[in-house]
Write a protein that binds this ligand. Sequence first.
Ligand SMILES: CC(C)(COP(=O)(O)OP(=O)(O)OC[C@H]1O[C@@H](n2cnc3c(N)ncnc32)[C@H](O)[C@@H]1OP(=O)(O)O)[C@@H](O)C(=O)NCCC(=O)NCCS
Length: 149
Amino acid sequence: MNIRRVVQADLPVFFEQQIDPEGNRMSAVGPRQRGDFDAHWTKILADPSIAIRTIEQDGRVAGYVGCFHRDGRLEVMYWLGRAFWGQGIASGALSTFLAEETRRPILARIAKRNPASIRVVEKCGFKRTGEDIFTNRAGESVEEYLYEL
Ligand SMILES: CC(C)(COP(=O)(O)OP(=O)(O)OC[C@H]1O[C@@H](n2cnc3c(N)ncnc32)[C@H](O)[C@@H]1OP(=O)(O)O)[C@@H](O)C(=O)NCCC(=O)NCCS
């Protein structure tokens, strides 16, 4: 596994990965449709305060890892295509990213229904600081844990 700068050719792969129903069930955020996805990634790649990296596994685009500001606080984000789950790739990628991205504190917000992602942040040293409820793109209220490193 390695992480590298995002290139335009990665975006169609990210698009397919983020519409995966099982990934959306876990993360509870809901997929972006094409126009929304394109606008979102154009903003991400143009924003110097956002650090974002493509995760590669054996030369294939496995997903992305990065961080962005929400309400003035830095927060991690990551997503892997289903073919890459269960191999330690997210934990390795987040840990590698956090060695590059040294700004702290850095938060994680994870749906309670997403034990794999909870495990990923805990393996990377994040501590649980609280709980919250967010409204996802489908208008559903989702319980989440708050973590901080
Ligand atoms: C969540 C996600 C990033 C995990 O990626 P991954 O590469 O499979 O994660 P890793 O293999 O590094 O680690 C997963 C850990 O969770 C554990 N795990 C997986 N499913 C689990 C479950 N149902 N219950 C408890 N632990 C579970 C694994 O055993 C592993 O822990 P271990 O190393 O101690 O054995 C990936 O499934 C994904 O991208 N999902 C869709 C999007 C998403 O949820 N993004 C995160 C939003 S906060």
